[in-house]
Write a protein that binds this ligand. Structure first.
Ligand SMILES: [Fe+2]
Length: 396
């Protein structure tokens, strides 16, 4: 049976011309029991459109795990690993994740207290809030008036030892009703974005690359990012920028020698730009919070040196300098008009191309606003592929 693909409804804030290819609702199939040919169509659609929505989906944790695994059959463990370092109390991810006992690759996330849920007698969930992560915060009075922030722009990835998952599945089970909120960037631009309560916001990594000026495209295709060891433990004492797009360089990161045991060979060095395996497009995929160093290749032979950044290559290790360069490249793509804020309804299943988008939790719930989601992603069987030599030639 052929699947039907329908563009996602865009908010008035979005520039529709930038979303022509982004996002589709999939109709006519049950995501929990796709035939082989249906799955192949869904898989191709995911890489072409980066985010897929199934409405009124019925999906057990077992089915969600199977669907997620089908995108990378050799993958097995949850994207951050199970019961490893990322599960320790020191990691900033610790309070946000509860494992479904029967299917440990599926996490229960949300807000408030959930009872008798898939083998969990009682789970206390907390929607992550910028108030515990950003250096500055929206005041309680302003919060009461509906103002909020992006929490943390990211790729779902351990960024140490394990490879970034190819796809993440998010299944909305209990969705609290509530007033819309307004995201404030608080970075001096005056940027604001009206959002549904508890939206998940997405931006396209392809757009992030496409809108860069030529000298930054050249830098992007020639660069790799080296992540800190155990980045979520490393960054735990540090605080984030008001846009949620990276960390303030105040020197609060844990010294490497105070981290849990780590090995240099397990640290991740990944291209700044990842090649889409279906479209061949280049997606700017950097998790800004975990970055430690930037490695830049020299310009390829024959490239114009005029105005080129680091024409002879570079290895940047100054944390603030590295963060400032990446921020300059990533900030344009989180402009309000480039964001797709998903308006969650019960039984929405969203699949997103984790190697093609960045996303963030948004907003704040009160304690009595109970929300329950199932989330699954699996550490991939390989690392993402960077630009080809032809891509580098074209953009450098
Ligand atoms: Fe995520």
């Amino acid at each position: 049976m052929a699947i039907e693909l329908v563009p996602l409804p865009l908010p008035a804030s979005a520039d529709a011309s930038k979303f022509a290819q982004f996002g589709r609702e999939v109709k006519g199939v049950n995501p929990g029991s796709l035939s082989e040919s249906e799955f192949e169509q869904v898989k191709e659609a995911l890489y072409k459109h980066d985010a897929l929505l199934f409405r009124n989906a019925e999906l057990t944790p077992e089915q969600q795990y199977a669907l997620t695994k089908a995108f990378d059959p050799a993958s097995e463990s949850y994207g951050h690993g199970n019961n490893k370092t990322e599960g320790t109390k020191k990691s900033i991810l610790h309070p946000d994740l509860k494992t479904i006992p029967r299917v440990p690759q599926v996490q229960l996330i949300g807000n408030g207290t959930v009872y008798n849920h898939e083998g969990l007698a009682e789970a206390m969930l907390k929607h992550p809030s910028h108030t515990t992560f950003h250096k500055t915060r929206v005041s309680p009075e302003e919060e009461a008036n509906g103002f909020t922030r992006f929490y943390r722009w990211h790729i779902d990835a351990a960024l140490y030892d394990l490879s970034p998952p190819k796809v993440t599945t998010l299944y909305g089970i209990t969705i609290p009703k509530g007033e819309p909120q307004t995201v404030r960037y608080d970075d001096g631009t005056g940027d604001e974005l009206p959002v549904p309560l508890g939206t998940t916001a997405f931006v396209s990594g392809k757009t992030m690359f496409d809108i860069l000026p030529s000298e930054l495209k050249s830098l992007a295709v020639r660069s790799k990012v080296k992540y800190a060891p155990h980045p979520y433990v490393w960054m735990a004492p540090a605080r984030a920028l008001s846009t949620g797009l990276g960390i303030e360089s105040d020197g609060h990161e844990l010294p490497f020698e105070e981290l849990p045991p780590w090995e240099e060979s397990r640290r991740k060095t990944l291209p700044v730009v990842w090649k889409n395996p279906v479209t061949g497009d280049l997606h700017f995929q950097v998790h800004p919070c975990g970055i430690a160093e930037l490695l830049v290749d020299p310009l390829p032979e024959g490239a114009k040196r005029d105005g080129a950044l680091y024409p002879d290559g570079a290895h940047l290790t100054d944390l603030k300098e590295v963060r400032d360069i990446l921020y300059k490249m990533q900030r344009p793509a989180i402009a309000p008009k480039l964001i797709y804020p998903h308006d969650w309804h019960e039984k929405d299943l969203v699949l997103f191309h984790n190697r093609g988008v960045l996303h963030t939790v948004v907003g704040a719930f009160t304690k009595d606003q109970v929300r329950a989601f199932h989330q699954c992603n699996l550490a991939a069987s390989d690392d993402p592929v960077g630009p080809t030599p032809e891509d580098v030639k074209k953009w450098a």
